[in-house]
Design a protein around this ligand. Sequence first.
Ligand code: ACO
Length: 324
Amino acid sequence: MVMRSVIVGCGSYLPARIVTNDELARTVDTSDEWITQRTGIRSRHIAAEGEKTSDLALKAAQAALAHGGVAVDEVDLIVLATATPDQTFPATAAKVQAALGMTRGAAFDVQAVCSGFIYALSVADNFIKAGQARTVLVIGAETFSRILDWTDRTTCVLFGDGAGAVVLRAEEGQGTSEDRGILSTHLHSDGRHHDLLYVDGGPSSTQTVGHVRMAGQEVFKHAVVNLAEVVGEALAANGLTPGDLDWLVPHQANRRIIESTGRKLKLDPSRVVMTVDHHGNTSAASIPLALCEAVTDGRIQRGELVLLEAMGGGFTWGAALVRF
Ligand code: ACO
């Protein structure tokens, strides 16, 4: 017998305002054609003035709890992945905890940028395996629009705002890949590349919030290699092959990166969940947003094998293999 973290609910929230590529092209020197061809992005959601990361996170969390039929007072832990917290401290997770009306347990943030949701899922899974929590809310929430340089066309066209959440529940499994729940998680980082994708501000350096800076081509090259490695690692760790997979739910940064991973896994494109076209890159929120979309529209069914993967600033990257 082993303890498994089963996804019993998922929810998401996107700000109401949709910004198309054409709208961006009115303020920066870009075009719908360039953005679509290079990234696959057509539109993204942008938070309203005064709408904070915790507001998006709260709505996604409430939707996930409702979907799973889980009461707030059952939740032992909130792990929230974000690179765009409301404030430097306290953790955005603590604000969500209060807004949910949850007065027990613990809540904290995890920071691994675009890999944040995989990191948060891994942390939560380990709390469940160690017997320290039975019901965990894992949230990815971002307002990247607040840290974009809206005059820099090489970055501002790529990102969007949003939040997604899942509820994990401890359930006993047999210890085989037929178990429902998280089968394994695999985290990596290589801090030597911290200056290829970063924010040029922070409390202890500039005392400002700063803006996203990125060496796009370098990030692209590392992403393709690292993601191919980590998905192989996740399958091998469970004695599985790409043919066993039902779904790939990748971090949504760029259609070309996603298709490259899908091709390496020899997956039919219809088995790769793609939301980058209408969400843009929502960093830590992108995987739970995509997962929730495919669960809600009935594509992902109970018992199916789902591979999640992401790569982000740090560099950080990782994967999680989940039987839904
Ligand atoms: N509109 C029009 N032209 C642009 C734009 C734009 N928005 N942005 C850049 N260009 C121009 C450049 O200035 C350059 O012009 P030049 O040749 O005259 O100098 C030309 O387009 C080509 O630029 P490249 O950077 O070489 O374009 P590339 O094909 O590499 O695409 C992109 C850029 C989309 C950023 C790509 O490198 C990429 O997707 N990288 C991965 C980055 C990423 O996804 N980061 C997200 C976080 S990490 C992650 O989640 C994996």
